[in-house]
Design a protein around this ligand. Structure first.
Ligand SMILES: [Zn+2]
Ligand SMILES: [Zn+2]
Length: 138
């Protein structure tokens, strides 16, 4: 469960009506929205909110570490409020639905030392692909 608004309140982040609109759009589970989608939904709550404000607010939330910037399709970046629980993504090739998933075991440990080329690992991002139940034939 994402509790973005609660976390932001806890940090004493000044919740203007504009910031609140952006944070409310990003509240919830399995939320992965592009900046344009965040803007469209924020406008529904606060018609005067500008694209620039939405972009700036997203940038701030990313630097605070309260939302993640993820790229699951190699195109538009998506914003993910599930920033405090390590997870990977399961993406539907049909409709683009993205689910947060936690594979068993540590994805970092899955890379044998012979395959690390002397790197010190700092993270691993895995994107699983497939068809969701709605997009599966039959
Ligand atoms: Zn689908
Ligand atoms: Zn996610």
């Amino acid at each position: 469960m994402s509790d973005l608004l609660e976390r932001l309140r806890g940090r004493g982040w000044r919740l203007t009506s504009q910031r609140r609109a952006v944070a409310e759009v990003l509240e919830g589970d399995h939320v992965h929205l592009t900046a344009d989608e965040v803007h469209a939904r924020a406008v529904a709550r606060l018609p005067e909110i500008s694209r620039a404000t939405v972009y700036n607010t997203l940038g701030e939330l990313v630097s605070l570490g309260e939302i993640l910037e993820v790229s699951t399709d190699g195109r538009a970046k998506r914003y993910d409020p599930n920033a405090h629980r390590a997870h990977q993504h399961l993406v539907c090739s049909g409709c683009g639905t993205v689910r947060d998933v936690r594979p068993e075991g540590d994805p970092m440990a899955a890379l044998p030392s012979a395959e690390r080329f002397g790197f010190t690992l700092t993270g691993a991002e895995i994107t699983y692909r497939g068809l969701c139940p709605d997009c599966s034939p039959g």
